[in-house]
Design a protein around this ligand. Structure first.
Ligand code: EPZ
Length: 424
């Protein structure tokens, strides 16, 4: 077993924790810099393998990137970008690479990208992205698994999304900001990370308005300027840490947590019997676990519904709640792979399609488990903190890809957890 994380039964987590910048904001914001010619500075940048991959992707296009891990800042000079080709070695490593398609088409009118890898969450197609770009006038040819996209000029049109896809919304927006005329994205994703991208594009000089309930209107402009931006804090890291405190009966403070964007998740924690209080102006969460958590049921939904990315960590905490919880995953067709691993630890869970029924048990037991995706891995870390005996988790590259130092953060809160791998 070369790389693994070891977790022992832990005391209740206590303490204060600073969050990292949001993984699902930083990647698309880095891609959006391709739209500008100049030097931009990003602060509050999380340190993860996905960020390192995106740096390598930008450098492969010719951008100059300076990454200061100490100060968590990135300086990206895109004036030297000269290529529109991204090879499979980079594209396959990270699905978010597809987010460079919109900016490349907008700025250069062409892009050669390898098709992104799928992952265990399911096929994870990119049909919404391709169809939308085709409607804007882009043409596509495919040779092997390289996609050649060409668009002399992109048209500003209405897009009606069959599903509020986060990536498709972001890609269309980035393609539209330089398209002459008015683009509307109807049934758009409005996740906080999408809105952080809207803020970045507006800083660049883009003209973007939001119209209730979920329409994004973009008036094309002729060029965009480089920017400075502080990346939003990661609500998914906050939820993960809170659930680790919940399962150990602990109490933690997260002064930078974006509480206002976590209401559905936090209200379910209160329904379980936990105590949640907020800082001023909807920022900051102070969490205190109940010693007798109750079962709750929920289904995952696009924002502002319960986030699919907290479904697995929440399921872990519900394994030890009293009663039966019914969890329905509606966003992905295959996001219950962590159930099998939780069952190895003694969890009582039955799956029917995309619905998991969790009957609370008194104890979980340490086991050798495997992370199948980033949030499944987080769920297993959470379960391991409360399980009797040692849990060893492999598949740690998922954790390294998407969390910035979650192991030392849990250890600093009294979690008995150690990483046995080279930090990325
Ligand atoms: C983003 O992925 C996030 N990733 C995911 O976070 C998150 O789970 C997801 O949004 C939903 O909130 C990043 O932002 C980097 P989607 P994305 O397009 O954009 C289907 C994590 O754990 N779909 O909203 O890829 C798709 O298969 C990761 O942090 C199509 O069918 O998600 C899925 O079932 C995991 N065709 C659903 O829509 C398409 O062209 C939602 O996907 C695109 C998507």
């Amino acid at each position: 077993m070369n790389e693994y994380i070891a977790i022992e039964t832990s005391p209740s987590l206590q303490g204060t924790v600073d969050l990292a910048g949001a993984k699902n904001a930083i990647l698309v914001i880095m891609a959006s810099l391709i739209l500008t010619r100049g030097k931009s500075t990003l602060s509050n940048v999380p340190y993860s393998e996905d960020v390192l991959h995106m740096i390598r992707l930008l450098e492969s296009l010719g951008a100059q990137v300076v990454h200061d891990e100490e100060t968590k800042t990135l300086t990206v000079d895109t004036s030297s970008i000269s290529s529109v080709h991204i090879g499979p070695d980079i594209m396959k490593k990270m699905r978010a690479s597809i987010l460079v398609l919109g900016p490349l088409l907008a700025r250069f009118g062409k892009a050669d990208v390898a098709l992104p890898g799928g992952c265990v969450l399911g096929m994870r197609p990119i049909d919404y992205h391709i169809k939308s770009f085709a409607k804007m006038g882009a043409t596509f040819t495919q040779s092997n698994d390289l996609l050649h996209a060409q668009a002399n000029s992109l048209k500003a049109i209405d897009h009606i999304l069959a599903y509020p896809s986060v990536g498709a919304t972001e890609n269309i927006m980035m393609a539209a900001v330089l398209a002459k005329g008015s683009t509307r994205i109807i049934n758009a994703a409005i996740e906080p990370e999408v809105l952080d991208l809207v803020e970045v594009l507006r800083k660049m000089g883009a003209r973007i308005e939001l119209e209730a309930p979920a329409t994004i209107i973009i008036e094309g402009v002729s060029s965009l300027e480089s920017i400075n931006h502080h990346v939003m804090y990661d609500r998914l890291e906050a939820g993960t840490l809170i659930l680790a405190a919940a399962i150990t009966g602990g109490g933690i403070a997260l002064p930078t947590a974006p509480a206002a964007s976590m209401t559905v998740f936090l209200s379910l924690l209160e329904e379980m019997g936990h105590e949640v209080t907020f800082g001023l102006q909807g920022q900051g969460i102070f969490f205190k676990a109940t010693s007798h958590p109750r079962a709750v049921s929920f289904k995952t939904m696009p924002y502002p519904g319960f986030p699919t990315d907290l479904q697995a960590p929440m399921m872990a905490a519900l394994c030890l709640a009293s009663g039966t919880s019914v969890i329905h995953e509606t966003v992905y067709e295959n996001r219950l792979v962590h159930v099998r691993e939780l069952q190895k630890m003694g969890a009582q869970i039955v799956i029917d399609g995309q619905t998991a029924t969790v009957v609370g048990v008194d104890e979980l037991y340490g086991a050798a488990v495997i992370a199948s995706d980033i949030r499944a891995g987080a769920a297993l870390l959470i379960a391991g903190l409360a399980a009797h005996g040692q849990t060893t988790m492999t598949g740690v590259h998922h954790i390294k890809r998407g969390y910035d130092g979650i192991v030392p953060k849990l250890a600093a809160l009294r979690g008995r957890i150690s990483a046995h791998y080279d930090e990325c």
